[in-house]
Write a protein that binds this ligand. Structure first.
Ligand SMILES: Nc1ncnc2c1ncn2[C@@H]1O[C@H](COP(=O)(O)OP(=O)(O)OP(=O)(O)O)[C@@H](O)[C@H]1O
Length: 279
């Protein structure tokens, strides 16, 4: 299906092919814009001609059955797939108007702008303080110890963890509960002042109470950051996101406002998935 799209200001106006996606893949105020993205692992194609925007200061949920390519697509957005030798990405991926796959773009700097929180909390085997201070140190974000302290405290506060750890910043991060470790990883991501936070099933290893804390946090974080979250939980997608993208076998089948996707899906595949008939 060819569509004539009114692009946001920072994009060149052009016709693009949006595969078979139904709904609206474009945001009025896009923070990131992906166009005709294909991803291959060797000969095998995992993502097939996907185009979508991440709307600024919103949470976009990527949902779909196991193996449909959600994590693969998410990992394109900060070039984490670069670390997989057989993985090849084609298409246009823009952060604001900048091509994130440009040859002269340093992926390490990109990953500071587009941070990532993983399924399993993975704190470094260091103190709580050092976990958060590490990124700002290597990126030279603090001129002295007082500035570094401020970044660490602010990041822990914004991740909703400071009150619980303020008396034991020198204790190992790995000694915290799972939910606290995940918030520590979020603090670590925030510490380098990202613009976007990618979350790959950030609560799937947590109990319901820790999950609720993370979900509340995601809602607060969108005030400052643009967020994309992969989740297996449709309830979670419905609770935390404003926009939902439904993937199926490497294709983006449907995208739209979360409420509409869950109450009035347009595509049969989406309907089958959200009603539990598939996946
Ligand atoms: N490192 C890899 N090497 C080869 N193939 C891979 C690799 N990672 C993913 N794939 C394949 O790409 C496809 C998409 O996988 P991906 O993990 O992105 O899906 P997903 O929707 O996130 O799945 P899940 O919900 O189970 O995590 C699958 O067929 C998978 O086997």
């Amino acid at each position: 299906m060819m569509k004539d799209i009114a692009f946001s200001d920072n994009l060149i106006s052009q016709d693009i092919e949006v595969g078979e996606t139904v709904g609206n893949v474009f945001a009025e105020d896009a923070k990131m814009s992906m166009r005709n993205v294909n991803v291959y692992y060797g000969e095998k194609q995992a993502i097939n001609n996907v185009s979508l925007d991440l709307a600024r200061n919103q949470v976009t949920a990527l949902i779909g059955p196991s193996g449909c390519g959600k994590s693969t697509f998410l990992r394109c957005l900060n070039r984490m797939n670069d670390t997989i030798p057989i993985c090849r990405v084609t298409g246009d991926l823009l952060l604001e108007s900048e091509d994130i796959y440009a040859k002269n773009l340093d992926p390490v700097l990109l990953r500071a702008r587009v941070g990532m929180v993983f399924q399993k909390p993975n704190p470094f085997p260091k103190s709580i303080y050092e976990n958060v201070a590490y990124g700002p140190k290597i990126h030279g974000l603090a001129a002295n110890k007082a500035e570094l302290d401020e970044i660490v405290i602010n990041s822990l506060q914004r991740a909703g963890l400071f009150q619980e750890v303020k008396d034991r910043l020198d204790a190992p991060g790995t000694g915290l509960s799972g939910g606290q470790q995940q918030r520590l990883c979020i603090a670590r991501t925030i510490a380098v002042s990202p613009e976007i936070i990618l979350m790959d099933e950030p609560a799937s290893a947590l109990d319901p109470i820790a999950t609720a804390v993370i979900e509340e946090l995601i809602d607060e974080l969108k005030e400052k950051y643009t967020i994309a979250i992969v989740t297996h939980s449709m309830q979670q997608a419905a609770r935390v996101s404003q926009t939902t993208a439904y993937f199926h076998m490497g294709q983006l089948v449907e995208m739209g406002k979360t409420e509409q996707i869950f109450t009035n899906p347009q595509h049969t595949l989406t309907e089958n998935y959200i009603t539990g008939r598939f996946g």
